[in-house]
Design a binder for this molecule. Structure first.
Ligand SMILES: Nc1ncnc2c1ncn2[C@@H]1O[C@H](COP(=O)(O)OP(=O)(O)OP(=O)(O)O)[C@@H](O)[C@H]1O
Ligand SMILES: [Mg+2]
Length: 310
């Protein structure tokens, strides 16, 4: 049976005249990494804040770990990295986590054992006794991730987790998230970095002006329906003119060909025909686009909502 750790049903939220969310539904399975995409102002942060019980005055249903979202009991099992977080910078990395650990009710011995290990995982071991004031942007972000994971939550919400982090650090964070997933944790992240989302997320949703406009696995969303890429053995050429007579358009793309299928046509017909001609197929895949292509197509013509009044 599929267990959903995060569920939103028909969520709506307005800030005065601004409709930040307009009936958004989504469900995240246990052990899945879900990425929520959308332009500035699309409603991503608002959705996370509703699920965490930070934002009030919304309509719909929000469930976390099968229970009503926002209660103290549920929040204890949830980690959260807010966007644009600002930690008191008179703390050191260690003392900040110790402070959060106390708030989370972690025993002193647990904090002592866990904090250095956690800081080591996010690459801050060497700086744990330096004041946050002296941290770079990426270091603060790493500390924020450590804070979100310190109490070993079952579900983690990360709002732009790799914001300001260098490429090496981003890969470390991705590996950390993959490891959490392998432990069965559920991860929900907001991101603008599409290539990164493509690398790490199992499923994504695209929000546009408060509405969910696309949702699915990366594989589903990036598949271009009706186009196949065919490659032949070295030295062989696709008889494009003859294929056109059969009703299939084929366009060369470097050493391979894109074959366009119309409604009701099957690639099997082309494969059989090529084999019948004695040609050897070395490569056959459904064409894919990048997540960035899909995202840009989805939001094309729309401008980021930077204007507070709609
Ligand atoms: N506290 C608030 N008061 C008034 N309006 C708000 C508030 N929080 C969010 N909004 C508005 O709600 C809409 C959605 O904002 P939200 O922060 O959820 O977007 P986002 O998708 O997270 O954007 P970004 O990518 O820039 O972080 C925007 O129009 C924003 O101006
Ligand atoms: Mg946001």
């Amino acid at each position: 049976m599929t267990v959903f750790d995060v569920e939103a049903r028909e969520l709506s939220k307005s800030y005065g005249r601004i409709e930040a969310l307009r009936g958004v539904s989504l469900a995240v399975r246990r052990g899945e990494i879900y990425g929520l995409l959308g332009q500035n102002g699309a409603g991503k942060t608002t959705l996370i804040k509703i699920l965490l019980g930070i934002t009030r005055g919304w309509r719909g249903q929000a469930l976390l770990l099968g229970q009503r979202a926002g209660t103290v009991r549920v929040r204890r099992r949830v980690g959260y990295l807010p966007e644009d977080h600002r930690f008191p910078d008179y703390h050191t990395g260690y003392s900040l986590l110790d402070f959060y650990g106390q708030l989370l009710g972690l025993a002193r011995a647990v904090r002592r054992a866990r904090i250095p290990a956690m800081l080591d995982t996010v690459g801050l071991a060497g700086r744990m006794h330096t004041k946050i004031r002296g941290y770079s942007k990426g270091m603060k972000q790493r500390l924020g991730i450590a804070q979100a994971l310190l109490h070993e939550p079952d579900v983690v919400f990360l709002d732009e987790p790799t914001d300001g982090v260098d490429p090496v650090g981003r890969r470390q964070i991705r590996e950390m998230l993959a490891q959490l997933r392998s432990q069965g944790k559920t991860i929900f992240l907001n991101s603008h970095l599409l290539s990164e989302v493509e690398l790490i997320c199992d499923r994504v949703g695209i929000l546009q002006r408060g509405r969910m406009v696309r949702e699915g696995s990366i594989a589903e969303l990036t598949r271009v329906q009706g186009i196949f890429v065919v490659g032949l053995a070295a030295g062989q050429t696709l008889p494009t003119a003859e294929l056109a007579q059969l009703g299939f358009q084929a366009v060369a793309d470097g050493a391979v060909w894109d074959i366009y299928l119309n409604q009701g046509q099957s690639i099997d017909t082309v494969v059989d025909w090529l084999r019948g001609r004695g040609l050897s197929i070395r490569h056959l895949v459904e064409k894919r686009q990048t997540l960035e292509d899909l995202f840009l197509q989805t939001v094309s013509g729309d401008v980021p909502d930077r204007d507070p009044i709609r």
